[in-house]
Design a protein around this ligand. Structure first.
Ligand code: FMN
Length: 323
């Protein structure tokens, strides 16, 4: 199944430009914004497999299950789960599929956060390929014909660990693999090795998505060229600039005016308001939208200090009156 994205309604051989999973950022509102601005596929924030299974006892769903919820407008979507117990992971995946029917389930095998690694979740699975493969096998068997994807890194310590790890995930039944071109040791900084992703691509039949270090739409072209990957995952560069997906598709930079930026920020607020009233959660997105405007440090300071949507609107009105 090389380059077969029919599950995602994407043409054969079209590169897939996806929104990467980011805990605390890629919630329903942001995923909708990214889909509207050209993302072909979105990933949910990571969802605890154990939490999902335990949430079954709550009639209203509980917190972990809440993270898996999405709207049709977000499709195609992969719900990402984390954990390390194959039976629990498979059960969680089944619950999510039965309840929400995403196009697929992604398994987090890349998160380097101390809290995650201390529990042997996320990138820790790179150290135990046998367990990782068992998770893939059991989750795959529990989700029908949906896509089972794996998101991982080049290795725990060394860049080339992925050359043996990825084929094992493929053999265990993974339909797709997304690779952040750094090791766990590098966390989020240091050089990204897109060439190593290219070596993995040559070894596998399943689609390979490259991730890490894409800062603008031109980088997408460079990353695809160097890695030969079937697509990319964009994380941080989409925050404050979700139109990066359209920029790549149109092969040109899109510079929004202050008014156009206000429009997208208000649209984001409206989508977010449909399910949450916690302004502080959204503030990081709003701050990011207004990065880079001339003389905007005062504006950003005032946004950072605002404590409600009303205060945010007042700040923008005040800035608008001055320009
Ligand atoms: C704030 C933040 C939260 C993240 N949360 C997740 C997550 O929940 N699951 C995951 O697989 N990766 C997560 N990542 C990693 C990203 O998906 C991505 O691999 C990484 O940011 C590199 O891509 P980028 O350079 O395009 O941002 C997170 C990254 C950041 C910065």
């Amino acid at each position: 199944m090389n380059n077969d994205f029919r599950h995602f309604n994407i043409e054969e051989n079209q590169k897939i430009i996806a929104l990467a999973p980011m805990a605390g950022f890629t919630d329903s509102a942001f995923r909708q914004i990214c889909r509207k601005n050209g993302a072909d596929l979105v990933y949910s924030e990571m969802v605890s497999a154990r939490g999902t299974v335990e949430d079954q006892k709550f009639t209203d769903g509980g917190k972990s299950l809440g993270f898996s919820r999405f709207l049709d407008a977000e499709r195609p979507i992969l719900v990402q789960i984390f954990g390390n117990e194959p039976v629990i992971m498979a059960e969680a995946a089944k619950i999510i599929c039965e309840k929400y029917n995403p196009e697929g389930i992604d398994i987090n095998m890349g998160c380097p956060a101390r809290k995650v690694v201390a529990n042997d979740y996320g990138s820790s699975l790179l150290k135990d390929p046998q367990l990782a493969a068992e998770i893939v096998r059991q989750v795959k068997a529990s989700i029908g014909d949906r896509i089972l994807s794996v998101k991982t890194r080049l290795g725990w310590e060394n860049n080339n660990e992925i050359l043996t790890f990825a084929p094992k995930m493929e053999a265990a039944g993974a339909d797709m693999i997304a690779i952040h071109g750094r090791t766990r040791k590098q966390e989020f900084s240091g050089e990204v090795d897109w060439e190593m992703i290219g070596q993995v691509k040559k070894l596998l039949k399943i689609p390979v998505l490259a991730n890490g270090g894409i800062k603008n739409w031109q980088d997408i072209d460079r990353c695809l060229e160097i890695s030969g990957a079937d697509g990319v995952l964009i994380g941080q560069a989409a925050v404050g600039r979700p139109w990066i997906f359209d920029e790549y598709k149109q092969q040109k930079s899109i510079e929004l005016s202050f008014e156009e930026t206000c429009e997208i920020a208000f649209e984001h607020i409206e989508l977010y308001h449909n399910y949450s009233k916690f302004f502080n959660e959204l503030k990081k997105h709003l701050l990011a939208y207004f990065k880079g405007f001339p003389n905007c440090s005062e504006l950003r300071r005032d946004i950072a200090m605002s404590e409600s949507f009303e205060e945010f609107k007042e700040v923008l009105e005040g800035f608008r009156a001055k320009i």
